[in-house]
Ligand binder design. Sequence first.
Ligand code: FAD
Ligand code: SF4
Length: 476
Amino acid sequence: MSKMLNNRTDMPLQAVKTRIKNFNEVALGYTDDMAKTEASRCLQCKKLPCVSGCPVGIKIPEFIKAIRDDNLAEAVNIIKQDNILPGICGRVCPQETQCENNCVLKKSGNPIAIGRLERFTADWERKNRNRIIKTKAIMETGKSVAVVGSGPAGLTAAADLARMGHSVTVIDALHTAGGVLKYGIPDFRLPSDMIDEDVEKIGAFGVVFQLNTLVGQTQTVDELLEIFDAVFLGTGAGLPIFLNIPGENLIGVYSANEFLTRINLMQAYRFPDYHTPVKTGKQVAVIGGGNVAMDAARCSLRLGAEKVYVIYRRSEIEMPARHEEVEHAIEEGVDMKFLTSPVRFIGDDKRNLKMVQCIQMELGEPDASGRRKPLPVEGSEFSIDIDVAIIALGTTPNPLISQTALELRTSSKGTLVYEESTGRTTKPRVWAGGDVATGSATVISAMGAARCAAADIDRFLKNPSLEDKNNWLTES
Ligand code: FAD
Ligand code: SF4
């Protein structure tokens, strides 16, 4: 194999010493030359293995060829047929387990950097707004859809449905649109103004945004069904899971949701210019091993913590976080305590957190998740001094909507019961997709599910004979 095929083009990064003092993007993006060099490595395979690894089916070799041919407007148009949020996906998708995992060059250890090229294309579009050509004239259908939730699932469903000619209103509980993209993922991985621009572009399709509206309280799903022909629920999984160990209610113990929302949505890292404060510890322990844990740990460093531990009960191989995020966190000085589990938090006489007691773990046989089960090692307890702990163990859907909408069935995990291929829920005229149906997953899987649901809603709205559309439940 030639040298060029072997060499994947590296992503330029902010230097470690500089980046741990700011919230600016760590990955700086390819230059034109880097993108062309990387695009030239693509073999233009006829069988499209990479496309089958992408949940929204981007025509990967086609857009890479357009980059190689210096036709970036065409590259944008090709990507946008299938993915309305390429700048976001190019930055945060776990490409290493999706499209890039299927690339034939993976065998050599150097798959095409598909995500980086997608990001490059999207960034070119941001800089050259007026140069994008293709927009199809839309025939209005006279039908209306309420999309509840403005995360990646809601935004994708809204864009698709609007482009199909339906009148779409996106409703969100927060004062700004974007879901986890806006309140969870920090600016140093995903700049917040990029999300605002994408929301604005979706607004340009005629989508209306109704914010500060908590469905299940301000308006129920049944009330929405009186106004709209169909409802799509993309309300995510925003309810944090806790450890349920002694001391979890001490001062200084946060859920990652609250910690990251203060920092990202409410801009607490710019306090006092912004009004929301955040308690910044000197010694911080983040509990968990996913992207959320990495984000919380790296935010803590940037807020001035002297020591940040990530406490994870399995080993590095089992960590669900993206490999790149773990690597960046370690480079920045995060101390990974693998095979370790917290047993109790200990406070001082004023109930301020001062210590976490942990136990060493070892891996046993694989459990239901297929990963080896962590088991405590008897007599191995030890303590770490900390003044802030951040719990990042995952989330489940908030039950507010399912408790207030008759007929919406939920699973034992609190997710909405739905048909995966169509997004149909157990309630007529109501569809769902994204984390609310799967539990916390990924941006692109939420987008893929929303595209399936939007296609099915469109079929239903254009064919009233499908009215009794939720009989998939009785058929199965
Ligand atoms: P969300 O993004 O959660 O959006 C749901 C929206 O619904 C929110 O805006 C919420 O305000 C609104 N809502 C909820 N209830 C109501 C209601 N009753 N009424 C009105 N509105 C309501 N995935 C990746 O692929 N890569 C990553 O690197 C990555 N990093 C992550 C880092 C963090 C910190 C977190 C928290 C998640 C991360 N994820 C990542 C996961 C990813 O962000 C989610 O899987 C994805 O955002 C799910 O999209 P969604 O549209 O289903 O829900
Ligand atoms: Fe290009 Fe890899 Fe896709 Fe083949 S599998 S078309 S080499 S990106």
